[in-house]
Write a new protein. Structure first.
Length: 133
């Protein structure tokens, strides 16, 4: 992720600059021609065709750049979410490790149930390759 402009933006800017140069040149020749009515129709057709191609090309390049920025943002958000999920899983595993397996008031069946629940939670938080199948 650099702060340098991408080739898409540079290409779009170059296309627009060439378009404005062509437009200015055409207008200059139309104004300075001795019979502007005879060539105006031909020049307007050419000018409209060039304008349509230019705006399409620049729009595609700008759109691709905007979409690329959206993709970069989504990847960054995904990485942040994955890191947060991993942090939470580690915190839950540490909390499970610090739980006392037996309590003074609980009987043997309650302790067995708590141990089974902790084992299930550990498997869910730390899946093994056998669990993935």
């Amino acid at each position: 992720m650099t702060d340098q402009p991408s080739y898409r933006l540079v290409a779009a800017a170059a296309i627009l600059i060439v378009y404005f140069i062509v437009a200015g040149t055409l207008l200059y020749f139309i104004i300075n021609v001795t019979h502007p009515d005879a060539t105006w129709n031909q020049v307007s057709v050419i000018f409209n065709a060039i304008g349509a191609l230019t705006t399409t090309a620049a729009g595609v390049l700008f759109g691709a750049e905007v979409q690329q920025a959206n993709v970069r943002s989504a990847v960054h958000d995904s990485q942040a979410h994955a890191a947060e999920t991993e942090r939470k899983a580690q915190a839950m595993l540490q909390a499970l490790d610090h739980l006392d397996p037996t309590t003074a008031a609980a009987g043997a069946s309650a302790a067995d149930g708590a141990a089974q629940a902790r084992a299930v939670l550990r498997r869910a938080l730390r899946p093994t390759p056998a669990d993935a199948i």
